[in-house]
Design a protein around this ligand. Sequence first.
Ligand code: KG4
Ligand code: ZN
Length: 337
Amino acid sequence: MRVLGIESTCDETSAAVIEDGRRVLANVVATQADLHAVYRGVVPEIASRAHIENILPVLRETLERANVTLDEIDAIAVAHRPGLIGSLLVGVTAAKTLSLVLGRPIVGVDHVQAHLFSVLLDNDSDVPLPAVGLVCSGGHTALYLVETWTQIRRLGATLDDAVGEAYDKVAAILGLGYPGGPILDRLASRGDPRAIDFPRTLLGHESLDFSFSGLKTSVLYHVRGHKGRERTAESLTESQIADVAASFQAACVDVLIEKLSRAAAKFDAKSIVIGGGVSANAGLRAAVAKLPLPSFVPTLAYCTDNAAMIAGLGCELLARGIVSDLLLDAHPASAIV
Ligand code: KG4
Ligand code: ZN
């Protein structure tokens, strides 16, 4: 069974071909990071226009790299939620067109659910279920109970910023580039995580929700002084910036690990899975590996947005007889609540 996946929820145009549910034959990602960098965040109108330009070249390159023709595709999976509506519509329209022309089934995939599934790509090991899952990215930070790969319940979510968004904003406060996550991750490895005692917002003893806006404001005050404009990041030395990065990262990781541990204990989880852009973070990956349960993280290429995870979950849905049709619509919100 070969599934073609399409992903266009935010600012990456991606297509992939998967064989037998987990084996990635090709995964092509056209990133728009450069187009949005000047605005330090994704501009929806620019994103949808770029998806229109990228979608056909990306599809062509994917088929070439996978060494398959369209006739050899058995089904099409597309991320149809959650995301920017103008961006989603480009992928959904391309998928529907292919489904109609090729006469192959189409299946709509929830992008957040696919981030959890990404731990299975190019991976032969079995993930013991139920698992507690963490999706941490620029748009999402939420905990899930994964009963099966298609039965997922949300346990908690951020009340304000996503953790990736906090990384991007802290990088902006420090005068670094966009996206900020990978830059701060690199700097953190050179800094002292105990240099600054940034707050760990846990929201009460049992809460499985998150809040990162206080941490972000705390970094702002530390860097710019208590009125937020007494000085700028330019007055900091390289080693001070590395200490801010390391201390900020330690605060984020402590909170994510504490919430994962709480949820795992509460729901008697047999394993931990993480996904989303921030699951590429070296500090988080090291901390998750130390948890007293089997833990699964995606290969680096499948942490950030990609179509391989959409095709993989699409395959799983099809195997369970879950298919969509040409009335498939794009939705800004996830279906998992
Ligand atoms: O999953 P993703 O590609 O898109 C969304 O669905 O949001 O995640 C992008 C986010 C950005 O905020 C980026 O700064 C963050 O993931 N990110 C990281 C790292 N790599 C990407 N954050 C921390 N450490 C990293 N190594
Ligand atoms: Zn994502």
